[in-house]
Design a protein around this ligand. Structure first.
Ligand SMILES: Nc1ncnc2c1ncn2[C@@H]1O[C@H](COP(=O)(O)OP(=O)(O)O)[C@@H](O)[C@H]1O
Ligand SMILES: [Mg+2]
Length: 470
């Protein structure tokens, strides 16, 4: 075997290189007849040297490509030159077993004893091609997925610039994918009042100070200047060295969903208020009028009293006092249910009245401390604050058994701060099982974008603070 077996007669170095090259090498004459092949070439095509020598080179090519190849070969001979390997051109080859191969071919020629020989350097790139096809397939799949998903896919690099955004994302932003890529996310697509806090959060993620995968919500601003509320799931992307070099976020536009939820909450609260009004009216007009009528009948009895003994007179007086008290109580309940005083005189007066009722009906000392203009408030806000205070005070009285309750309400230019403090038994906020009271309070606060904080412990005392932006 070897070069010597053919009519070529090379020097020893040349033969050594030819025999041991990891590349497959094939030599043909100018008519495409194979005159030599190295061991790797024989391995590749699965022919023996005897079989391959004298064979038409086109036998190593699938039938349908033979004609094209012959033309190429003839063209090469006509315009002698070189074709480099890895020039990106691939050719399909065929083994003796008919298995197909993806090949990359480099071509060269040499004049040998007045004859032109073509030297082919052949690399088997079948495996590489398989991988590339696989990767392309995966990429395509990912692209398709990014296209059909109803959520935003966004990748930001460490400079806060958009690296990738899918179709849904660019549609929500109102810019094309091309326009969006490379733009600073925070500067271009976040509302001013959320820009810095989100930047801060993003930096914390990059620094690994936040969990690798997390969820948050923020508004974005689209090209029309409209705000959209997005619920994000974020995860960090690490490079080969394990450093975080991008953040991938998957976002769902929850604007309409949240509006619907808010509308439901509002409808529930409006319904409650309507029901309270109806009850107040019924107490006042129904039960209240009935008690008035009983009072009038009692009054009518008064001239007859002198005909009766002292015990009878005492019972009569007792009934009258109890009836008066019941009447007062019903009026107070009806007033609390539908605080007309709130509409007529504003929040401060309504809270003062609430304080008086508590002073009268309980042994708890209620200290009011009201600051700022509580009169000219939006009706919705003042009614919500009134209801919240009512709930917190009644919670304190019912659950805490306090001696004192302090109520602070302070209005400043941007917000209203409400604090209800008691010196009762306290509770563990971690173990709080919220009833209707606290969950109603939460609904009201969510609608007003307010926040609340509970400071309480089983050592005693509770302080609940509420902050409502104006
Ligand atoms: N000021 C308070 N002191 C002690 N416990 C309280 C206080 N406020 C609320 N709680 C606790 O929180 C629970 C939930 O309150 P809430 O949601 O208003 O429901 P409810 O008053 O109907 O029980 C109460 O049952 C009580 O255990
Ligand atoms: Mg309650």
């Amino acid at each position: 075997m070897g070069l010597k077996t053919s009519r070529l007669n090379p020097d020893p170095l040349c033969e050594l290189l030819f025999e041991n090259s990891t590349q497959a090498i094939l030599i043909t004459d100018s008519n495409g007849k194979i005159i030599q092949a190295n061991p790797n070439c024989l391995n590749l095509f699965e022919y023996s040297l005897d079989e391959i020598i004298g064979m038409e080179v086109e036998k190593l090519i699938p039938k349908e490509l033979k004609q094209k190849h012959t033309a190429h070969r003839e063209d090469f001979i006509k315009n002698l030159g070189f074709r480099k390997l890895h020039s990106g051109l691939t050719l399909t080859g065929i083994k003796k077993s008919k298995e197909r191969l993806s090949l990359e071919i480099g071509l060269s020629y040499v004049k040998y004893e007045n004859e032109l020989l073509v030297v082919c350097f052949i690399s088997d790139v079948s495996e590489r091609k398989k991988w590339i096809t696989q990767i392309r397939y995966q990429q395509n799949l990912l692209k398709k997925y990014l296209e059909v998903t109803g959520t935003i896919f966004l990748i930001l690099d460490v400079q806060e610039n958009i690296v990738l955004i899918n179709k849904v994302g660019s549609e929500i932003l109102g810019v094309s994918e091309k326009e969006a890529v490379g733009k600073n996310w925070f500067a271009h697509f976040l509302p001013l009042d959320e820009m810095e806090s989100m930047r801060y959060f993003f930096k914390k993620m990059l620094n690994g100070e936040v969990e690798d995968t997390n969820t948050h919500e923020n508004n974005i601003i689209n090209s029309e200047g409209d705000k959209r509320l997005i619920e994000w799931n974020n995860t960090v992307i690490r490079n080969k060295s394990g450093e975080i070099d991008a953040i991938l976020s998957n976002g769902l536009d929850v604007t309409e969903k949240r509006l619907l939820e808010d509308a439901k909450k509002e409808a529930l609260i409006i319904g409650q208020e309507m029901e309270r009004r109806r009850l107040a009216q019924e107490l006042h007009d129904g039960v209240g009028q009935a008690i008035s009528a009983i009072g009038l009948n009692l009054n009518a009895l008064e001239p007859e009293l002198e005909n009766y003994n002292l015990r009878f007179k005492a019972i009569y007086t007792d009934i009258k006092i109890k009836l008066d008290n019941t009447f007062d109580e019903i009026r107070a309940i009806s007033k609390n249910l539908s605080p007309k005083i709130l509409e007529d005189y504003g929040l401060a007066k309504a809270l003062e009245f609430l304080g008086e009722t508590i002073d009268k009906s309980t042994k708890v000392e209620l200290n009011l401390s009201l600051h700022g203009d509580l009169k000219n408030l939006d009706n919705k806000i003042s009614l919500s604050i009134y209801r919240i205070v009512q709930e917190l005070i009644s919670n304190a009285i019912r659950h805490a058994k306090p001696k004192n309750i302090n109520l602070y309400v302070t209005r400043s230019s941007h917000n209203i701060l409400v604090i209800v403090e008691d010196d009762g038994i306290g509770f563990d906020p971690e173990k709080l099982t919220t009833g209707l009271g606290i969950s109603n309070l939460k609904s009201r606060l969510e609608l007003l974008k307010g926040q609340f904080n509970i400071d309480s412990s089983t050592q005693g005392g509770t302080s609940i603070s509420i902050n409502i932006p104006l």
